[in-house]
Write a protein of this length. Structure first.
Length: 138
């Protein structure tokens, strides 16, 4: 809960509603990741302290924290395209292990995990096809 009734910028304070969450599961997961990450502050902080803490936390989240849903890559690796080279390195390591000891791979050759093609928080509904009447051929 925010101590002051208003924060800079005019946003009104709002009490937390632990028993009911209107946030998406993505937001809840992101909060839990930050809360149990290595830099979560102890005790209450002022607004200015939060402003100094947030960039550090977001840097950790985007550049150091490996996300399971992103094939254990960081968001920065995905956005920069670096993950493509890393997947190739992983695949070469898996191939070398398979060639050296195929008996250990009871399901066959392993394939490095790929990043999902799309990630959505709230996927928009598909709009129905537009049924525009066509002009009659004369």
């Amino acid at each position: 809960m925010v101590d002051a009734p208003c924060v800079p910028g005019g946003a009104a304070a709002q009490a937390s509603a632990a028993s009911r969450s209107g946030d998406s599961a993505f937001s809840e997961s992101q909060f839990k990741t930050l809360k149990y990450g290595p830099a979560w502050p102890e005790g209450r902080m002022t607004f200015d302290q939060w402003r100094r803490w947030c960039p550090k936390a977001f840097h950790w989240y985007n550049h150091r924290h490996h996300h399971e849903s992103l094939a254990h890559f960081t968001p920065a690796e995905i956005h920069s395209g670096r993950h493509l080279a890393l997947v190739a390195v992983q695949q070469r390591a898996l191939d070398r292990a398979w060639m050296a000891h195929p008996e250990r791979f009871v399901r066959g050759r392993s394939v490095a995990r790929q990043v999902p093609r799309e990630v959505w928080i709230n996927r928009p509904e598909q709009e129905p096809a537009c049924n525009v009447p066509q002009a009659a051929a004369s």
